[in-house]
Ligand binder design. Structure first.
Ligand SMILES: NC(=O)C1=CN([C@@H]2O[C@H](COP(=O)(O)OP(=O)(O)OC[C@H]3O[C@@H](n4cnc5c(N)ncnc54)[C@H](OP(=O)(O)O)[C@@H]3O)[C@@H](O)[C@H]2O)C=CC1
Ligand SMILES: O=C(O)C1=NCCCC1
Length: 346
C-alpha cells in the first residue's frame, strides 16, 4: 500500500463557492497535462465531493492525482472508445485514462438503451477511478432512473478467513428516485473503512476504531500508520462484506475486462497513486418494471422507515452539507487552499 502525502491540515478556514473551486481544480488538472474535457470532469467530481463533505475523495486527493499524472501512470489526454455491443450493453475502453470521462462519453448511449430496453449495462475497462462513486450514480436518479455501480481498487483488504490482502476497498453505489425529496443514494466501501479515511487519520495523528485493520504481522491495530505501512484493511461485516468485495472484483474487473485489484503492479512506477482497474454500471428504467409508480413506492418505503424512528437516510448528511456549502461556501483550511493554488501555478 502507498501512503500519499496529501494536502496538509491547519486551523483557519477560508471558504470558496462551488464554481470557484471547480475553476481552481480545473487549472490544476490542466497544468498537469490533462485535456480540457478531462480537467472539467474531474474538477466537477472532486469539488462536488468536497462540497458534500465527502472529504476522503475531495481536495485531499488532488496531490495524488497530480503525482499520478506527473508519473505518466495515467493518460490525462486519453480519448475513451465507446463500443455499442448489444441492445442493453455498452463497453468503453478508457484507454488508460480516468473512469469519469469514460462514463461521460458513454452516458447518452447508456440512457437511450436503458429507456428503450428497460435496462442497460456499462462496462468500463482500462480505467482509473480515484474518486467517490456516488457522483456516478446520483445524476441517473434525478432523471428518474435507478443506477447501481461497482468499481474495484488496489489490493489492501484481507478477504475474510485469509491472512494476506487481496481485494481492493471496492465500493458499491446505488441511486433511486423518490417522489418527494432527494433521490435515495448510498455509496460505501466494502472495507471496514475507506483507504482515504485511514490516510486522513494518519495525517491528523488520530487512532481508528477497533476492527478496521491489521498491522504487518496480521495483528489487529487501531494505528492508521501501521495499516498503511505494511498492514491491511479488513472487509466490513466479516464474511458478508468479503463476499460483496469478491462480487465487485468479478463485476468491475472480470466482467469488464479490467484488472483485478491484485493484477496491476505500480511498484516500479514512482508517484503512481490511482488504481488501474474497471467499473460496471447498471441502469434501470423503472417505468418498464412493476407497472406502479416507482418513485411513489420508494417514497412509501422512506415514509415507513421514518415511521419506525429512522432519523437519517444514507445521503441525508451529504445533502445537508451540500445545502450548507451552497449557502456559506465550501470551507477549506488556509494551508490546503494555499497548496491548491500553488499546484494551479497561482
Ligand atoms: N474509487 C474507489 O476505488 C473507492 C472509492 N471509495 C469512496 O469512499 C467513499 C467513502 O466510503 P465509506 O467510508 O464506506 O462511506 P461511509 O461509511 O462514510 O458511508 C457509507 C454510506 O452510508 C451512509 N451512512 C453513513 N453513516 C450513516 C448513518 N449513521 N445512517 C445512515 N446512513 C449512513 C452514507 O451516507 P452519507 O454520505 O449521507 O453520510 C453513505 O451513503 C465513498 O464515496 C466511496 O465511493 C471507497 C473505496 C474505493
Ligand atoms: O479510499 C479508498 O479506499 C480509495 N479511494 C480511491 C481509490 C483507491 C482506494
Amino acid at each position: 500500500m502507498t501512503a500519499t502525502p496529501e494536502v496538509a491540515v491547519s486551523s483557519t478556514t477560508p471558504s470558496l463557492d462551488f464554481d470557484a473551486l471547480v475553476v481552481l481544480l480545473e487549472q490544476i488538472f490542466l497544468r498537469h497535462g490533462t485535456s480540457a474535457d478531462v480537467a472539467k470532469t474531474l474538477a466537477l467530481n472532486c469539488a462536488g465531493a468536497e462540497r458534500d463533505g465527502a472529504h476522503s475523495h475531495g481536495v485531499f486527493r488532488i496531490p495524488g492525482y497530480v503525482s499520478t499524472l506527473k508519473s505518466g501512470w495515467v493518460n490525462g489526454q486519453a480519448v475513451p472508445v465507446v463500443e455499442d455491443v448489444a441492445s442493453g450493453f455498452v463497453r468503453v475502453d478508457a484507454a488508460n485514462g480516468f473512469a469519469q470521462p469514460a462514463l461521460a462519453a458513454a452516458r447518452a448511449l447508456l440512457v437511450e438503451k436503458a429507456r428503450s430496453a428497460g435496462i442497460a449495462v456499462l462496462a468500463i475497462r482500462n480505467s482509473h477511478h480515484f474518486a467517490a462513486l456516488w457522483p456516478d450514480v446520483e445524476p441517473f436518479a434525478y432523471e428518474g432512473l435507478v443506477a447501481l455501480s461497482v468499481v474495484n481498487s488496489m489490493t489492501c483488504v484481507v478477504p475474510h478467513g485469509a491472512d494476506r490482502p487481496l481485494f481492493g476497498t471496492n465500493p458499491i453505489a446505488f441511486a433511486a428516485p423518490r417522489a418527494d425529496g432527494e433521490p435515495i443514494v448510498f455509496d460505501l466501501a466494502t472495507s471496514a473503512i475507506a483507504h482515504g479515511d485511514v490516510q486522513i487519520a494518519a495525517q491528523k495523528g488520530e487512532r481508528l476504531p477497533a476492527g478496521m485493520g491489521v498491522d504487518s504481522l496480521g495483528q489487529p491495530t487501531e494505528d492508521p500508520k501501521a495499516i498503511l505501512e505494511g498492514g491491511a484493511l479488513l472487509p466490513f461485516g466479516g464474511h458478508k462484506g468479503s463476499a460483496l468485495s469478491m462480487m465487485v472484483e468479478l463485476l468491475a474487473a472480470a466482467l469488464t475486462g479490467g484488472n483485478f485489484s491484485f493484477e496491476f503492479d505500480w511498484k516500479n512506477h514512482p508517484g503512481a497513486k490511482t488504481p488501474w482497474t474497471g467499473q460496471l454500471l447498471i441502469v434501470i428504467d423503472p417505468s418498464k418494471a412493476a407497472g406502479q409508480n416507482f418513485a411513489e413506492r420508494s417514497q412509501e418505503l422512506v415514509r415507513q422507515m421514518h415511521s419506525v424512528g429512522l432519523k437519517r437516510l444514507p445521503g441525508d448528511r451529504r445533502h445537508h452539507q451540500r445545502a450548507q456549502s451552497n449557502a456559506q461556501g465550501i470551507q477549506l483550511n488556509a494551508q490546503t487552499l494555499a497548496n491548491l493554488r500553488e499546484l494551479a501555478g497561482l
